[in-house]
Design a protein around this ligand. Sequence first.
Ligand SMILES: [Zn+2]
Length: 113
Amino acid sequence: MGTHEAERRLRDRLAEVEARIAAQRRTVEGIVESSRDANGDDEHDPEGATLAWERQQAAALADEARAERAQLLAALDRVAAGTYGVCEVCGRPIPDGRLEARPAATRCVEHAR
Ligand SMILES: [Zn+2]
């Protein structure tokens, strides 16, 4: 796989992740808004508890997306350094199929475990 293709794939994925982060941020803000409208004490009012749970879920998804963004940015650095697509353990090339599924992979299938 060529460097340009790898970079394009990483940038496409990065754009997706950025969109997800933005969407989660809007979700969290929306939940914060509606819990303000509900104006009860969160813990005892069932709706408040649901909103708190939803807010936690959205925050967890946003954390996951941010972690993925960091991995993609690190992968782009490896593209620039010429070390992208090489297993960090054995130094063998990571198969294309794996990079397609997980463009930020740093290890071959054998060493990913
Ligand atoms: Zn390996």
